[in-house]
Every structure is written in structure tokens, then in C-alpha cells.
Design a protein around this ligand. Sequence first.
Ligand code: SF4
Ligand code: SF4
Length: 156
Amino acid sequence: MSEGIDRKGLAKRFWEKKPLSQLNVKEWEALCDGCGKCCLNKLEDEDTGEVALTRVACRLLDDATCRCVHYEIRHQFVPECIVLKPDNLDTHAYWMPQTCAYRLLWEGKPLPQWHPLLTGNPETVHDAGVSVRGWTVSEFETPEEDWEDHIIEEPI
Ligand code: SF4
Ligand code: SF4
């Protein structure tokens, strides 16, 4: 989600030692695995509440880096982009990707072994095939009525 994630100088396995609500900003940001999947457009069934991710990416997502190209000023372009925080995770966890570190910890699950916090290498999320690298389609070129044709199966 964010530009270059700083994971230096953090306490070892800090996410197992304190609740999400007590993480400092750097720890919170470091939890992001850099997969880019929260920047995919979603379809939500109004009746069942079920959420499906599509490969149609937000206009600001660069799917080579899996990062937002204008993260700091993104709300000028995408006002609805969520700022995920400990105090709104309860509201958003249900639509977050199934592999998202925030969702996993919120569900009481461990981080996956490919998570950069465990491997020390930001590339491992891509090597594991979990990121959006190279497989999104543009929301400018994909009319909303066609998004259903681009639903992805999770987890990937
Ligand atoms: S889905 Fe979660 S882990 Fe992946 S980029 Fe978004 S916030 Fe980070
Ligand atoms: S503006 Fe788009 S690309 Fe940027 S963080 Fe938000 S959803 Fe992701």
C-alpha cells in the first residue's frame, strides 16, 4: 500500500508481543507486506455482504512495484482510499485480502512465512506469488460492468 516500507530497527517479532492497538506507527506500517492487493477494486454483494477482489486495480497502483504512485497525496485523486488504523480495523478487516497481515493478526492468525518481516527481504511476497505484481488490469480500460469477469480466487 505505502511507498518503501521501513522495517529496520524493529523489535524481533514485535507483533506477537503486543496487541495491534499498542503498536507504534513504524511497527504498524511495517506489518504491511507490500502485496498491493488492498488496492484492487472489490465487488460486494449487498445481500450477503460477500466481498470479491478483482484484478482491476486502482488508478494509482503501479503493479510492477505494487505500490501507490502518489501515496502521500493520494486522497486528491482517490478520496475514498482508506487509511487503515488500529481503531478502524474492525470495520475494514472483512474486505481486506485473506493474506493481508492486518487481517491475519486481527483474526488471531500468525504471519505467513513469506512475510518480509520474517524473511528480512521485501521480495519474498512477490516470490511467493502473493502480490499483484504484473497481473492487474486498468480501471480506466475496464468498464465497471465487466469487473465481474475479473474476479480472482483467494487466497493467491
Ligand atoms: S493487503 Fe494488507 S499487506 Fe497487502 S498491501 Fe494492503 S495493507 Fe499491505
Ligand atoms: S490510492 Fe489507490 S493505489 Fe493508492 S493506496 Fe489507495 S487504493 Fe492503493
